[in-house]
Ligand binder design. Structure first.
Ligand code: 13P
Length: 247
């Protein structure tokens, strides 16, 4: 039985002042049935640790360098994230892929660097609207996963999470239907099963893209949906906690 995981992705939102109440409310409202995490902007990792340490809520970052250390101005290493108590890190979020040039190969390198540092990478995959309409969703998602499998192997996914985030559903209010999401989640699990039945069975595949309190329960009720990666709704404590409760 896979424990559900609900992870908030704050993206580039927040301030010391607004985070304080949000983090405390998430801490106070988390029951511990599903696993809960928040991925905050780098400067707020210390604040997240100060509020969440010793609670049922884990924290993490939204990206990581593929390098361990060195002359890479502006980058943040996995070891630095571990220094701040991070458990999770997102890799390959569609906003990184589309706005910052994170290629499949770079994402694979970041995934490996995260694991080497002791973090649990959350590998984000998903197709654009044009790709869905062209009927190549399965190919796109498989290509994104295969790049990481080629670099790290299936065994690495015993210590990783996958998030399916259709780009057309992110921040648009247009959620994939539970059936649409389940279909891709099953395809993702089947891809892993080709390499390792055990890894496929244990792997948590989260859904992300306009998850709200009102649609979370039905999405999370699908057999291959093991929780959610939550953007906008993770910025409002009551909404995020309602989604966690649905898990
Ligand atoms: P929204 O929940 O705002 O659609 O964002 C999803 C997302 O990108 C989470 O990583």
């Amino acid at each position: 039985m896979r424990t559900k995981l609900v992870a908030g992705n704050w993206k580039m939102h927040g301030s010391l002042a607004t985070n304080a109440g949000l983090l405390q409310a998430v801490r106070d409202g988390t029951t511990g049935k599903a696993e809960v995490a928040v991925c905050v902007p780098y400067p707020y990792l210390a604040q997240a640790r100060a509020v969440l340490e010793g609670s049922a809520v884990a924290w993490g970052a939204q990206d990581v360098s593929e390098h361990a250390q060195g002359a890479f101005t502006g980058e943040v290493s996995g070891a630095m994230l571990v220094d701040f108590g991070c458990r999770f890190v997102l890799v390959g979020h569609s906003e990184r892929r589309s706005f910052y040039g994170d290629t499949d190969a770079l994402v694979a390198a970041k995934f490996a660097a995260a694991q080497t540092a002791g973090l649990i990478p959350v590998l984000c995959v998903g197709e654009s609207l044009a790709e869905r309409e062209a009927g190549v969703t399965g190919e796109v998602v498989t290509r994104q996963i295969d790049a990481v499998l080629a670099n790290s192997g299936a065994g690495a996914f015993a210590r990783a999470v996958v998030a399916y985030e259709p780009v057309w559903a992110i921040g648009t209010g247009r959620t994939a239907s539970p059936q649409q999401a389940q279909e891709v989640h099953a395809l993702i699990r089947a891809r892993f099963a080709r390499d390792s039945a055990d890894v496929a069975t244990g792997l948590r595949v989260l859904y992300g893209g306009s998850v709200k309190a009102g649609n979370a329960a039905e999405l999370f009720g699908q057999p291959d949906i093991d929780g959610g990666l939550i953007g906008g709704a993770s910025l409002v404590a009551a909404d995020f906690l309602a989604i966690c409760a649905a898990a």
